[in-house]
Design a protein around this ligand. Structure first.
Ligand code: HEM
Length: 212
């Protein structure tokens, strides 16, 4: 006799709860990981002894964040998604799910790429600048918005003014983060230049008073 397996009624709710928890942990990890990459990359501008200490600390933080939080979060999100699909396999034949899976594939590729960047940073061969890493860190936000909209709206994905407003908001937020970072960099360059000039004036003054 063939026994057909059926999940208990509450299984769907448990899978969904843990799926959302996994997704939140995964994204927290992805967002913070690339932020650490930015600090790590910018530590290259520090003086050698401090630089080595910062780089060692960032490397440790990155490895722990990636291996203890980000990847387990991803594994829970994906495993629970499999559970959800096993409760209702009909989702696999729906257009919104195909679109969602395409975005999730992009997210998994991004996750793998973060590991690659981490390896490059830790071996001192990263070719990405802090500015490029900041821009890269906007990609998961966009994927998050698309995936959440797909699971909420499903096949009634909205294409009206509200969607365009949301897209414009995400772009405006990303642009303002880039402008703020640029403004901070220019300000600290200006402060460093002022400090350098002040040091030159003081040492000139000391030299002329010693000569006089
Ligand atoms: C392996 C890839 C994934 C699959 C197969 C998958 C599948 C599913 C399924 C079948 C549901 C239940 C839909 C419903 O109850 O109507 C769901 C819910 C949800 N998924 Fe995913 N998912 C995946 C990855 C993701 C990712 C990466 C995110 C976030 C970016 C995400 C966010 C959500 C959210 C927020 C819900 C709850 C939606 C609601 O209750 O209305 N999922 N997912």
């Amino acid at each position: 006799m063939l026994l057909a397996f059926t999940w208990p009624p509450e299984a769907y709710l448990w899978f969904k709860t843990l799926h959302i928890v996994g997704v939140v942990v995964w994204f927290a990890g992805l967002f913070y990981l690339v932020r650490l990459f930015i600090y790590h990359r910018e530590a290259a501008e520090l003086e050698p002894p401090i630089r080595a200490a910062f780089e060692a600390q960032y490397s440790l933080m990155e490895r722990r964040l990636a291996n203890i939080i980000t990847t387990p979060g991803m594994a829970v999100a994906v495993a629970m998604a499999m559970g959800l699909l096993s409760v209702n396999p009909a989702w696999l034949h729906q257009g919104w799910m195909h679109a969602k899976l395409a975005f999730v594939a992009a997210l998994l590729a991004y996750h793998a790429f973060c590991y690659r960047l981490m390896g490059q940073l830790q071996s001192g061969y990263c070719t990405w600048s802090g500015r490029q890493l900041r821009a890269l860190n906007e990609l998961p936000t966009l994927l998050l918005v698309m995936v959440v909209m797909l699971v909420v709206f499903k096949n009634q994905f909205p294409t009206g003014a509200a969607t365009w407003f949301l897209v414009a908001l995400v772009i405006a937020m990303a642009a303002s983060i880039q402008f703020y970072a640029r403004w901070r960099r220019l300000r600290s360059e200006k402060e460093a230049e002022t400090a350098r000039m002040a040091a030159v004036i003081v040492s000139d003054g000391e030299r002329s008073s010693a000569a006089g």
